[in-house]
Design a protein around this ligand. Structure first.
Ligand SMILES: Cc1ncc(COP(=O)(O)O)c(C=O)c1O
Length: 464
């Protein structure tokens, strides 16, 4: 077991040369010329943006990432769950070039054809309970919008309090509202106050249920709110669930969600999912909530909605979406024409190229391989989570039985040096999210690399 903290090594060192159809690595890594970029970023940029693996992105195409020095990676990140349709899809590029060449780069909230086209296509191709949508730039804005709509609805139907229930440890973004419904007391410390009408309940990890049903856990959560003086039927206006808990790709127990949905229906409470990471095909269904067989009132989407440009959306029923008055929910960059063009092309690709089915099928192969890897990991990989082309490996030290954070970081670093980019969480998990367009040969090659790195690092860790 190693207890030394992991730091990302940015000193150039020789790496093994690799040349395959899908990967290329050679020479020193990081490349000595990249140091100039790292130095400039460290001098001129807030360090809050730093901490990622030192891969300098020069271009990215479909499932591959290229740096300016000749290295090529298989991408198991989709940047960060964004490039569902693959990087720089030709149809998205064409739509963007068309917008650029006709000189339409910014339009504020004036009407545009492309915005109308995107909204029509999105609403007509998503479940019928979503009758209207509102477009923004970032996922965080979309979760803030959920908070606003839920509270406006609570007031409208005369709830006594604008209470919102969400999960501890979830991630919804970094602004004040989003940070208060996500994270924990420590991550919220900077806020300086606690909204008395935001109630976080523990996330019901499947592995922590100890034989208790999700349904019973839900009622226990309601009872605990009651003990704190919250009257759930009266004081709660909505639930905002991260559709699966991000860091672990762990799904909510289905009977927990179904019981919550029943409670919502019976008590005029809105049910909302944050689908920003999992929406638009990532988990083998169009939206994650479909795995739970419920019908939410609202969803927040981002990331894979455009596979590229900054775009997010909240979708919901007409009655809820039209609660804010004319002009009272808008922003300078909402529905930028380039973002809309990319969004429309991306959604057409997702449906026309059947990427949701592709995610489910390739996901079966991905999860079979990862579960086989778990069996060979000497107990270091305790759980394989996720669905479709979303997965996480959760690491524990088999001796201390504690979460293991050093090993996954080492695996991410070694995989990077071998031409495979993984989502480095800095926690006891590694996340995998290749573009849904990844061909089988590249998926297999990436998993072969991952398996050999995992087995090698587990052996080293065991010997240490
Ligand atoms: C589930 C979830 N919600 C919200 C956000 C915030 O989105 P953004 O970074 O686009 O503001 C993220 C981003 O990682 C996310 O994964």
């Amino acid at each position: 077991m190693s207890t030394s903290p992991f730091t990302i090594n940015k000193t150039p060192k020789p790496i093994h040369s690799i040349t395959t159809k899908n990967r290329k690595m050679a020479g020193l890594f990081p490349h000595p010329d990249s140091l100039e970029i790292f130095d400039a970023l460290s001098q001129y940029e807030s360090r809050s943006m730093h901490g990622q693996l030192p891969v300098v992105w020069d271009r990215a195409s479909d499932y591959q990432i290229f740096d300016p020095y000749g290295n090529v990676w298989i991408d198991f990140t989709s940047t960060i769950f964004v490039a569902n349709a693959g990087h720089a899809h030709p149809k998205i590029k064409k739509a963007l070039i068309h917008m650029i060449e006709k000189d339409l780069l910014h339009t504020y909230n004036y009407p545009t054809k492309i915005r109308a086209q995107l909204l029509k296509y999105m609403v007509e191709n998503t479940p019928k309970n979503f009758e209207k949508a509102y477009l923004m730039s970032s996922g965080t804005e979309a979760t803030e919008c959920l908070i606003k709509l839920i509270r406006m609805h609570g007031k409208y139907i005369q709830k006594t309090k604008p209470g919102i229930v969400s999960f501890q440890g979830a991630y919804h973004g970094r602004t004040i509202g989003a940070a208060q419904i996500g994270g924990n007391a420590q991550s919220q410390e900077w806020i300086g106050y606690q909204d008395p009408n935001i109630h976080q309940v523990p996330f019901p990890y499947e592995w922590g249920l100890n034989g208790v049903s999700g349904k019973d856990v839900f009622h226990r959560h309601l009872d605990e709110l009651g003990e704190k003086g919250v009257h759930p039927e009266r004081d709660i206006s909505g639930f905002i669930f991260e559709a699966y808990i991000g860091w672990a790709a762990s799904f909510i127990p289905k009977d927990y969600v179904q019981e919550a949905a029943k409670f919502c229906k019976e008590n005029g409470v809105l049910l909302a999912f944050d689908e920003i990471q999992g929406g638009f095909g990532r988990t083998g269904k169009l939206f994650v909530y479909e795995h739970y067989d419920v019908e939410p009132d609202l969803i927040a989407c981002g990331k894979g909605i455009s596979s590229s440009m900054p775009l997010s959306a909240v979708l919901g029923t007409k009655a809820v979406m039209d609660l804010p008055d004319v002009g009272s929910m808008s922003s300078t960059h909402s529905a930028n024409p380039l973002s809309c063009a990319a969004g429309l092309a991306n959604l057409q690709i997702i449906f026309e190229e059947k990427l949701v089915d592709a995610s489910e099928e390739k996901g079966d192969y991905l999860h079979k391989r990862l579960n086989a890897m778990k069996e060979k990991s000497n107990g270091y990989i305790r759980y394989v989570t996720g669905k479709g082309l979303l997965a996480a490996l959760i690491f524990y030290d088999p001796v201390t039985q504690k979460p293991e954070t050093y090993l996954p970081s080492c695996i991410c670093e070694k995989a990077m040096e071998s031409g495979l980019l993984l989502v480095h969480t800095g926690r006891e998990s590694i996340k995998l999210a290749p573009p849904l367009s990844i061909p089988y040969d590249a998926l297999k090659e990436g998993l072969d690399v991952l398996e050999s790195v995992v087995l090698e690092q587990v052996k080293l860790q065991h010997a240490a």
